[in-house]
Each structure stands twice: as structure tokens, then as C-alpha cells.
Design a protein around this ligand. Structure first.
Ligand SMILES: [Ca+2]
Ligand SMILES: [Ca+2]
Ligand SMILES: [Ca+2]
Length: 204
């Protein structure tokens, strides 16, 4: 099971800057949660359809995603949409597509958060998201945790989509991602201090 937690990190709020630079992830000691081989695309596909790495992380505010593709922004950027599909209840029978409750998309500097609508049987675009791509092929997203309703563990599929041919090119599936929003260490210290004061007052 892959668990992502800020338990050991004394961050007050946000820990990742959405700027297309992976150094913040590396400084946190994180690694990709999944990889895909390089050069496994057809010659007619755009170079940036070649998915290489999938990353995911959360802090108290956001769920973050990062992918690495071959090529860099802006020279090799062309005709792809990048998707992260979320099965938030690990149930293939609920949601759309392969059981997805949410779809995060990114294309040409715009990103959207879509929610499955059980009445219309379509994904409704609900929010725009923060996204940034870097010149070394990294693309980052931030999704506020309160956009999501999850049961604890989620299955994710990261994929690259050819907008012209309308087909998935590469994908990485990651199972059992769990979000653990942590209370900051300062709040814990304050709570312990409060309890100590109360005990002291009641003993008098
Ligand atoms: Ca960054
Ligand atoms: Ca690939
Ligand atoms: Ca589902």
C-alpha cells in the first residue's frame, strides 16, 4: 500500500509549489509512485505523449499530482491532454469510465476538475485548477482536498491523450493511494498545552 502523509514534515500549510519544477518533491524525499518506459509511442505521436513518471502527494491543503513526459515546455508541447482519473471509492461499479468519480485534466496551460454526474451520466467540469509545466517535461497540479470525497484509499490512472487521433497513448495505474491530512505539529503542541492547563486548573 502506498500511503502519502505529511506526518514527518513540519509544514504549516502548503509544501509544493506548482511551477513545473520537481525540486520541491525531491527535497521532500518523494519518489514517483509509478513509471512508464520511454520511447513506447508511435512515430506519429507527439513527443510529449511519452509518459515517464507519475507522482502524487498531499499536505493539509491540497492533493498534488506531477507527471514527467519526454520533451519540455514549450518547444515540444503540442497536441496532448494529460488526465488523472480517480476511482475515489475503489469501486468499479460507481462513477464513469472505469469506475472514476473524478477526472483531472491538463492541456495547454489550463486544468480542470470534473465530477461524475450520476443523473446525466457525464463528467461535469466543476473547477479550474492550478497547473504548470516546466522545460524538463514535468507538469504539476494542485487540487484542494475539499473538492474530493474519498473513503480513504483511491485508485489513480495517469494518462496521455492524443487530441487529434483521440486515443490514449501511455498510462500508469496506481492503486491504494491514501490521503492523510495531518494536523500541524504546532496545533498538537497548543492542544497539549491546553490540556495541561486544564488539568492544572481542575486540580486546584
Ligand atoms: Ca514544484
Ligand atoms: Ca512512455
Ligand atoms: Ca468508483
Amino acid at each position: 500500500m502506498i500511503c502519502i502523509t505529511t506526518r514527518d514534515i513540519h509544514a504549516e500549510t502548503t509544501t509544493i509549489t506548482v511551477d513545473g519544477n520537481p525540486n520541491d518533491w525531491i527535497e521532500l524525499g518523494l519518489n514517483p509512485v509509478g513509471t512508464d518506459p520511454p520511447f513506447n509511442i508511435e512515430s506519429y505521436h507527439d513527443i510529449c505523449a511519452d509518459l515517464l513518471e507519475a507522482w502524487v502527494y498531499n499536505d493539509t491543503e491540497n492533493l498534488y499530482f506531477m507527471i514527467k513526459v519526454r520533451g519540455g515546455y514549450p518547444e515540444d508541447w503540442d497536441r496532448n491532454t494529460y488526465f488523472i482519473s480517480i476511482d475515489a471509492d475503489k469501486n468499479l461499479e460507481t462513477g464513469g469510465g472505469m469506475g472514476w468519480e473524478y477526472i483531472i485534466s491538463g492541456m495547454d496551460g489550463s486544468a480542470f476538475f470534473s465530477i461524475w454526474n450520476q443523473t446525466t451520466l457525464e463528467f461535469d467540469i466543476k473547477y479550474t485548477l492550478e497547473i504548470a509545466a516546466g522545460d524538463t517535461g514535468y507538469i504539476e497540479w494542485a487540487v484542494p482536498l475539499n473538492y474530493l470525497n474519498y473513503t480513504g484509499k483511491m485508485d489513480l490512472k495517469f494518462s496521455t491523450w492524443d487530441n487529434i487521433l483521440k486515443e490514449t497513448v501511455n498510462s500508469i495505474t496506481v492503486k491504494d493511494i491514501c490521503i492523510i491530512p495531518e494536523i500541524s505539529s504546532n496545533i498538537i503542541v497548543l492542544a497539549l498545552l491546553g490540556i495541561t492547563i486544564l488539568i492544572f486548573l481542575f486540580r486546584r
